[in-house]
Design a protein around this ligand. Structure first.
Ligand SMILES: [Mg+2]
Ligand SMILES: [Zn+2]
Length: 211
């Protein structure tokens, strides 16, 4: 399958500083280095798609309108640094309130929806997030994955060292470091894209593993 390559990234704790139930534009703050990382990805021809679980909508904590206002502010901050996004996918559901859905991470629905719409080949794409669920969603579709140590990432890394999490294949300090890592790996892999991945288990080392 030939398709475009993309980086699917989580929003809270990966692109934006973690704020519990973030729903006010004035609380939006980009993680340091995130905008320049996204700008660099764009320059190298990668699509950049945010995929975000927003169960606060199902719970009635905030509305879709609030989420869209947050995204408007997020884009404003990105644009101010010359960066952009190619898509934003939102899951507004929560199984306890709205029943099961196919888009809430770790389900891969948001990624496959964006992939269909933008002509993305998930097998040559990457997923970056601060939670295990973010990466599980991408791994199911054959994408490679990077856990970032921002947001909940440090706690998730500790857990990943004690239980088998084959969907976590790399660990990086933040979005910027994750982008450097994936650009270096894809440059190195060249036509051997996908070769040499090894799951991160209890023995995983920090930074680049496998390959
Ligand atoms: Mg997150
Ligand atoms: Zn959903």
């Amino acid at each position: 399958m030939s398709g475009r390559r993309a980086v699917f990234l989580d929003r809270d704790g990966t692109l934006l500083e973690l704020v519990a139930y973030l729903h006010r534009p004035e609380e939006v703050s980009l993680i340091a280095g995130a905008a320049s990382a996204l700008r660099r990805l764009g320059q190298k021809g990668w699509l950049r798609v945010v995929v975000t679980n927003q169960s606060g909508i199902a719970r009635g904590t905030f509305s879709m309108k609030d989420v869209l206002a947050v995204h408007e502010r997020m884009l404003e901050l990105l644009h101010a640094e010359g960066a952009d996004l190619d898509g934003i996918e939102i899951c507004p559901h929560h199984p306890d309130y709205t029943g099961p859905c196919s888009c809430r991470k770790p389900a891969p629905g948001m990624i496959s929806r964006a992939a269909d719409r933008l002509g993305i080949d998930t097998a040559v794409s990457w997923v970056i997030g601060d939670r295990s669920e973010d990466l599980q969603a991408g791994h199911l579709l054959g994408a490679r994955t990077i856990l970032v140590r921002t947001g909940y990432g440090r706690e998730e890394e500790v857990t990943a060292r004690s239980v088998q999490t084959p969907w976590i294949t790399r660990v990086a300090d933040d979005l910027s470091a994750a982008c450097e890592l994936l650009l270096a790996e894809t440059a190195r892999a060249g036509s051997q894209e996908g070769a040499g991945d090894s799951p991160v288990g209890p023995d995983m080392a920090g930074g680049s593993t496998g390959a």
